[in-house]
Design a protein around this ligand. Structure first.
Ligand SMILES: Nc1ncnc2c1ncn2[C@@H]1O[C@H](COP(=O)(O)OP(=O)(O)OP(=O)(O)O)[C@@H](O)[C@H]1O
Ligand SMILES: [Zn+2]
Length: 725
């Protein structure tokens, strides 16, 4: 009887054999339900064999093989095995991560059911003309009519009031558009490329359809998106699929709209963790069946199967959210490059502030480089200036210079953004009389004061409680919020400029996708004068009326212990500064600092990313940090710190016994934020100058670690190429 080899999402490094009477080689790559322990698990068939590794009599039969959707192809299996090998994670866990949950559960997936393109029907035009009674359906239709058709049904559904889409179809206000009719004007209007954009597009196209990794290093506002769209158009014209990655769900709506408008006849599928199960499975199956032309998504979209793949685009390639920080700690950017090599297609990594790893590859000719030095619309880069706050009296953190600059913008009817990467009202509540501070009971962190909903909240474990009226320790009535967050700045700005519309943009203000979209729409429509935002505002946005960016509280990151902190700070400031003056109005960036002569700020003021990168890389070279070395971090956590450290000491001994030449093993140390959600955490760093040395060692060592007995409640994970050290 045939035996199927199944990858299961369990923390064990092997695959599991089952009997399947009707299985054939055709079933490799299919989802399957199998008995496991006392329950049932969903897994993926990775091989079909005639002989088992264990006695056949002990094997159990599978419960169900999912045959409603096509099996995952061989190159997809190769992709997940690469990720499993490189990140040393069990194959079943990689599969579980890569497959949408609905598909993995092997329950009936209405896979490729249509997501039709819709256009305005005759009855719809009539309804728009006739002065009808306002209704939900009419409101949706009117909103749709603002945009050029056609619209994807799924995209209509996502809109405000989108539930009414079925109703609109029934009334004949919307009708299914036939793709053939649309091909004629398949591409929406496109701007003429700037000279630099044209050169970049030509260079990448001229290099041909095979594998090549490109860094598209274009200053903020240089029009990288337009370059992506032209490259995508070329791939689509050749009948190829395009994979386009963006760092955050928050960035997808705008881009989706732009892509959908440009390629009206293409099937654009978005894949991100914010989608409902059904939609994610459907998108995945459309990619798998080749019906999706463009797959647009966040890091998990890198796992979309793409039988006609022709091009991979990674926008904002430096963004840390490409790296998964739990479970299988893969970097979607790095996996994308591997995938491009596997599929023999070009991959374009775009950024105004590339990661130093990527920048270094581009200098070493491992990646080809295209540079955009000019902004597409704006005549200039914003003027960046430091405000030396050492001798200034600040008003709730705001300097006179920044206030005056905001005032000017208000007078001119332009927008300002005050950037502060800390949400909440104040980072801590404290008692001036006894020194009590609001500590999180579960983490080594303070509880943040949220005045808007009157809560004390931990930003790490999420626990929250009311704000006490008196000091819980000494009873003092006069307890004070200490330090500043976005809510506090927002409140002060509203007092200072009562005539202005102040809008806060952070994760508290934009909890849902709808809230976020409506905030963006308000800003774009000029419905806000002063924005107060966190790093959510730093990325990718394009608001032509925004001409001033004020940065406060950046100094805190200048002296952080992590060797990547300066890189992150520089990227963040250059990105947020890059939001200023993108249209025809000139922009200005004011950075409040106590270190106005710090080289990081000097390079920033000159917009000189390359000088900054050279400086940082020189330091990393002499200190022996990546990209000049390769790292892996073993982390352990347990209710008691001793258990975590003891496990790492044991792991260290095992490592020393078999360490190859050139492997450096450090001492286990508690993590900087030791306690998180009631668990104590420690880490052990391993390093080598060659990737091969590290990888070869890790394979054996991790296999050994899986076999160790550990203290109860101890968990460990390996992080290859860790971002935080
Ligand atoms: N060739 C062009 N002609 C006219 N406008 C253009 C052209 N290319 C881009 N633009 C416009 O320039 C603006 C900036 O483009 P885009 O947002 O793509 O920049 P970017 O390089 O992605 O910047 P960032 O890195 O800051 O996100 C957009 O409003 C875009 O529509
Ligand atoms: Zn906490």
């Amino acid at each position: 009887m045939p035996i199927v080899r199944v990858a299961l999402p369990v923390p064990l490094p092997q695959v599991f054999d089952y009997l399947a009477s009707d299985a054939s080689a055709e079933d490799v790559g299919r989802c399957v339900k199998v008995p496991f322990g006392r329950g049932e698990r969903n897994g993926l068939i990775v091989a079909v064999a005639s002989e088992a590794d264990v006695e056949v009599a002990r094997l159990k039969p599978v419960h169900h093989i999912q045959r409603d959707v096509p099996p995952l192809p061989g190159d997809w299996l190769a992709l997940v095995s690469f990720v499993s090998r490189y990140y040393h994670a069990p194959l079943g866990e990689v599969v579980a991560l890569a497959l949408p949950p609905g598909l993995r559960r092997a329950d009936g997936v209405s896979g490729d059911d249509a997501d039709p393109l819709l256009a305005l029907g005759a009855a719809g035009s009539e309804a728009l003309r006739a002065a009808r009674r306002p209704s939900k359906a009419l409101a949706l239709l009117q909103a749709l009519a603002q945009d050029t058709p056609p619209w994807r049904r799924s995209a209509v559904r996502e809109r405000e009031g989108g539930e009414a889409v079925g109703d609109l179809l029934r009334r004949g206000w919307l009708v299914e558009a036939a793709i053939g009719d649309l091909r004629r004007d398949a591409t929406g209007p496109q701007p003429e490329l700037t000279a630099e954009q044209g050169e970049a597009v030509n260079a990448i196209l001229d290099a041909g359809p095979g594998f090549r990794a490109w860094l598209l290093h274009g200053v903020t506002g240089s029009g990288k998106t337009e370059v992506y769209l032209r490259l995508a158009a070329n791939a689509l014209a050749q009948g190829k699929q395009v994979l386009m990655l963006v760092p955050e769900i928050a960035l997808t709506p705008q881009l989706e709209r732009r892509v959908a408008q440009r390629f009206a006849a293409a099937n654009v599928v978005s894949l991100h963790s914010g989608l409902a199960d059904g939609a994610r499975s459907r998108g995945f199956v459309q990619a798998l069946s080749g019906h999706a032309d463009i797959v647009l998504g966040t890091r998990l979209a890198v796992f979309a199967p793409l039988p006609r793949l022709g091009l991979i685009l990674v926008d904002e390639e430096h963004d840390a959210s490409y790296k998964q920080q739990e479970g299988v700690r893969y970097s979607a950017r790095d996996v994308a490059v591997w995938r491009a090599r596997q599929g023999d297609v070009p991959v374009v990594l775009g950024s105004a502030t590339p990661s130093l790893e990527t920048w270094y590859h581009a200098r070493n000719d491992r990646y080809a480089l295209q540079v955009l030095n000019q902004r597409a619309v704006a005549a200039t880069m914003p003027a960046v200036r430091c405000i030396d706050v050492r001798r200034l009296k600040l008003d709730e953190g705001l300097s006179p210079g920044l206030k005056a600059a905001i005032e000017q913008r208000l007078a001119r009817g332009e927008q300002s953004l005050v950037f502060l990467n800390r949400r909440g009202y104040a980072p801590v509540l404290s008692c001036p009389s006894c020194g009590w501070v609001s500590r999180c009971p579960h983490c080594s962190a303070n509880l943040v004061v949220h005045l808007v909903d009157r809560r004390l909240r931990c930003h790490h474990c999420g626990c929250d409680g009311g704000i006490p009226h008196a000091c819980p320790s000494c009873g003092n009535q006069d307890i004070q919020p200490f330090g500043r967050g976005t809510q506090r700045i927002e409140a002060r700005l509203a007092e200072l400029f009562p005539q202005a519309r102040v809008l806060r943009v952070d994760r508290d203000a934009a909890r849902t996708r709808k809230q976020w979209e409506s905030l963006l729409a308000t800003i774009a429509d000029g419905g806000a004068d002063i924005l107060v935002g966190t790093q959510m505002m730093a990325k990718g946005h394009d608001f032509p009326k925004l001409t001033l960016v004020g940065v406060i509280g950046a100094d805190a990151s200048l002296h952080a212990a992590d060797f990547r902190a300066p890189e992150r700070l520089f990227q963040q400031l250059m990105q947020v500064g890059g939001r200023a003056g993108r249209g025809t109005l000139p922009g200005e960036v004011l950075i409040q600092t106590e270190y106005p002569a710090h080289p990081l700020y000097l390079h920033l003021a000159r917009h000189d990313f390359d000088a900054f990168a050279r400086m940082e890389l020189a330091e990393r070279r002499s200190a022996g940090f990546p990209p000049f070395t390769y790292q892996a971090m073993l982390r352990a956590d347990a209710p008691a710190l001793d258990d975590a450290v003891e496990f790492l000491r044991h792991a260290r001994r095992l490592a020393e016994e078999r360490a190859p030449e050139g492997l450096r093993i450090y001492d286990p140390v508690p993590m900087r934020m030791t306690r998180l959600a009631r668990r104590e955490r420690a880490q052990l760093l391993l390093e080598a100058d060659q990737r091969g040395v590290l990888q070869g060692f890790l394979a054996d060592w991790v296999a050994l670690l899986y076999r160790q007995r550990t203290a109860r409640e101890l968990r460990w994970q390996l992080d290859v190429d860790p971002l935080e050290v």
